[in-house]
Design a protein around this ligand. Sequence first.
Ligand SMILES: Nc1ncnc2c1ncn2[C@@H]1O[C@H](COP(=O)(O)OP(=O)(O)OP(=O)(O)O)[C@@H](O)[C@H]1O
Length: 259
Amino acid sequence: MGASDPTVMTTRAVDETGEGSSRILQTRDLRKEFGGLTATDDVDFSLEEGELRCLIGPNGAGKSTFLDLLTGRLEPTAGKIYYDGHDITDLPSYERVDRGISMKFQVPSIYEGLTVAGNLRIPLQQVVDGDEFEARTREILERFDLLAEYGTVASNLSHGQQQRLEIGMAMALEPNLMLLDEPVAGLSVEETAEIADLLREISDDDGVALIVIEHDIDFVESIADRVTVLDQGSIFREGTVEEVTNDPEVKRIYLGEDH
Ligand SMILES: Nc1ncnc2c1ncn2[C@@H]1O[C@H](COP(=O)(O)OP(=O)(O)OP(=O)(O)O)[C@@H](O)[C@H]1O
């Protein structure tokens, strides 16, 4: 996609009015500089509703910076972010959350001193009335296989359970787009498979679009609809898992020749 491509301009103009596009997210020339370093280099990215996209790339490629721009944790140096047809570039994080963008960061952001149910109540109280509260808490805990841990203090959960709780907390907000930074880092094979199943379900059954940053290429292969490869702040390749993992240039910069 180039800035001079007239079809891109037309699609985006329609998108801004919210008409006729199934894209949940688009960025336009999105740029982030840190001093003299360009971490995000004029990125044009788009994501369809309900799509599960993995973001891969070498260390320092700009993956976390890109996600932080989408969440509003970082302000872009230039460029635009469109969500559901609307320009959200200048919206603060909490308004993005209100509009349906949920985030799960690399470092678990659960409250370790609260019980599992207590953690879930924090996002739930933003969306559910008193009457439904308890039923909805139990429903989510059951779905994320945590009902037996209802009263457990979160610091006593396994790492895999903590990750599931945090994804459950993100889902409690009934998002349309969920952003996850390395959700299976440090998990066992079994725990990783559980998270893979959950993320596929969230995309397939709930119709939530997901962007998942991940280094574990086997995990990427098991979940992604499409993959975006970032390198030096730019989109290097985009395609199906097969297209991307079989690309000799991607193998060279990222996967290693013998993958
Ligand atoms: N707050 C910051 N101040 C200065 N430079 C930063 C800051 N955050 C990131 N960078 C730099 O921006 C570049 C992109 O970093 P980023 O963390 O986005 O990459 P990444 O692809 O997520 O890497 P990794 O896979 O190692 O997490 C790196 O060169 C990094 O050192």
